[in-house]
Design a protein around this ligand. Structure first.
Ligand code: UDP
Length: 322
């Protein structure tokens, strides 16, 4: 049988690179495209001699040209941490809007299945809890987070328009907080922030009173959900995340326990429009994909902490050389 061909936009990022690995494992040929503004080719270094894999440096807001047949287009290109999209607000809007348009154009031309990496941020600071897919959200369009939330909301609208108007076979996954190896140590998200602070003996910076909640999913569970969604016939958005909800303060305590760190907890101001609660309702994923998360927070965090230990160590030894 002919190998399936997948194009992964944002393939050098945290999630994109895990998706590339998963698709290669499933026997696909994979072309990853990334401009490296938040991703890095290091995330794909282990694949450099793999004949089924190709990495192309390109900004996907420009015309995307891929020779030959394509079966799947996965759109994972976007800054995805609050400090990244505050640093790159216009790129974030452009990649969600123009990049998604390009990606849909590619899928249409190739008669490929298109999958959009959307986000729990489409629910904004939610007034409904937990969040099911039929909730329309509570987003501030002009706040600093709006660049990401509105770009993804536009991307969802564009995806549904291509589905309805052009008959493109589309999928939308709404991804909730996900963690695992290959997150950038300095990306500012709570998982790498707390782990690196704990490992370096620095105070853990809890924003606000820390009573805001999040629900953390290990990356391998997320990839399983996304792969199942790609193979399904579900055109409506599907939440994929772990419903295990906890406060940010309790999460800080978990990290202190798992790292054995004696760091203090320090409070810093809460960022503007920081959602007060977040927890996925995964009934749709359970029903249509037969999916639910398998990896416990402790198991997943141990793997992630080991990854961060290994990435912090070389930095220390480099510093010693001077
Ligand atoms: N947060 C925190 N300290 C940090 C980084 C984040 O208390 O050093 C909080 C942040 O305010 C939010 C939660 O942790 O309430 C999750 O933040 P993250 O940046 O990981 O992503 P978000 O879920 O807000 O998109």
């Amino acid at each position: 049988m002919r190998k399936k061909v997948s194009v992964v936009l944002g393939g050098a990022g945290f999630l994109g690179s895990h998706l590339v690995d998963r698709l290669l494992k499933e026997g696909h040929r994979v072309i990853a495209i990334d401009n490296y503004i938040t991703g890095t080719p290091k995330n794909l270094r282990h694949l450099r001699n793999n004949p089924s894999f190709k990495l192309v440096k390109q900004d996907v807001t420009n015309y995307i040209s891929v020779p030959g047949r394509v079966d799947f287009v996965f759109n994972f290109a976007s800054p995805a941490s609050p400090i990244d999209y505050l640093q790159f607000p216009i790129q974030t809007l452009k990649v969600g809007a123009l990049g998604t348009h390009r990606a849909l154009g590619l899928a249409k031309k190739k008669k490929a299945t298109f999958l959009l990496a959307s986000t729990s941020e489409v629910y904004g600071d939610p007034l409904v809890h937990p969040q099911a897919e039929d909730y329309w959200g509570n987003v501030n369009p002009i706040g600093p987070r709006g660049v990401y939330d509105e770009a993804k909301r536009f991307a969802e609208a564009m995806t549904m328009a291509y589905h309805r108007a052009h008959g493109v076979d589309t999928r939308i996954v709404r991804i909730f907080n996900t963690y695992g190896p290959r997150m950038r140590l300095e990306d500012g998200r709570v998982v790498p922030a707390f782990i690196s602070q704990a490992l370096k003996g620095k105070p853990l910076t809890v924003f606000g009173d820390g009573l805001q909640t999040r629900s953390f999913c290990f990356v391998s569970d997320l990839m399983e959900g996304i792969y199942r969604l790609a193979l399904s016939d579900e055109n409506d958005p599907v939440n994929v995340g772990n419903p295990g909800e906890m406060t940010v303060l309790d999460f800080a305590r978990v990290i202190l326990k798992l790292t054995g760190s004696r760091s203090r907890i320090e409070h810093e101001p809460l960022p503007v429009d920081d959602p007060k609660v977040r927890q996925p309702d995964i009934s749709r994923a359970r029903k249509h994909l037969g999916w639910e998360p398998r990896v416990s927070l402790e198991e997943g965090m141990r793997v992630t902490i080991d990854y961060f230990k290994a990435t912090i160590r070389p930095v220390r030894s480099r510093v010693k050389m001077f």
